[in-house]
Design a protein around this ligand. Structure first.
Ligand code: 3PG
Length: 213
């Protein structure tokens, strides 16, 4: 029996709109972000998805996206587990800074490395690289999420660009170079069907990620 894992990056947040590094900061969704979350719910509802459980982070942009998706599929009261392990990568001292201002200060290439490299953390003691993020997302995924999918459940995970990239990197067997280029669109569901040995049986992206950056 193959289970399904549906990963969704939250809809646009206030700080996405303002082009600010966000990480563990907790801005709300914008009106556009609310629409994207509702659209994700509509798309999943149209495809007939019913979830057995939902997981999200403890940041409101993901929590609200999760709830709006559940509302959209007619499962508003579904059990939802909120865990810090699914939070966005911690942006350290960059949190709250404008991404263009940072490019002016440190240069395009350095900022790209902080945003997209696998193992270079952003400055500041708390700053996490994608590898650091994966080191807390993966154990949680293995113990709390994956067993349910392998039992045949349909599981929703509403989280963040980089916490989801750290999962996708392993699921899709991507290397350090190819993960650099992967950007997730806000509110675009990615549907994985897993085999019993947790390899990917199928993957479908329900939306357009071409404009994601
Ligand atoms: O934390 C943030 O700023 C965003 O959610 C993701 O940022 P990134 O696109 O720079 O990784």
């Amino acid at each position: 029996m193959s289970g399904k894992l549906i990963l969704v990056r939250h809809g646009q947040s206030e700080w996405n709109k303002l082009n600010l590094f966000t990480g563990w900061k907790d801005p709300d969704l914008t009106a556009q972000g609310v629409e994207e979350a509702k659209e994700a719910g509509r798309v999943l509802s149209e495809k007939g998805f019913k979830f057995d459980i939902a997981f999200t982070s403890v940041l409101q942009r993901a929590e609200k996206t999760c709830q709006m998706i559940l509302d959209g599929v007619g499962q508003s009261d579904l059990e939802t587990i909120h865990d810090q392990a699914l939070n966005e990568r911690n942006y350290g001292d960059l949190a709250g800074l404008n991404k263009d201002d940072a490019r002016e200060k440190w240069g395009e290439e350095q900022v790209h490395i902080w945003r997209r490299s696998y193992d270079t953390p952003p400055p500041g003691e708390e700053g996490e690289s994608l590898r650091d993020t994966g080191a807390r997302v993966w154990p949680y995924f293995m113990t709390d999420i994956l067993p349910r999918v392998l039992r045949g459940e349909t599981v929703l995970v509403a989280a963040h660009g980089n916490s989801l990239r750290s999962l996708i990197m392993v699921l899709d067997r991507m290397d350090k170079e190819s993960i650099l280029k992967l950007n997730l669109g806000t509110g675009v569901p990615i549907v994985y069907e897993l085999n019993a040995d947790s390899t990917v049986k199928s993957k479908e992206v329900l939306g357009d990620m071409s404009g994601a950056h």
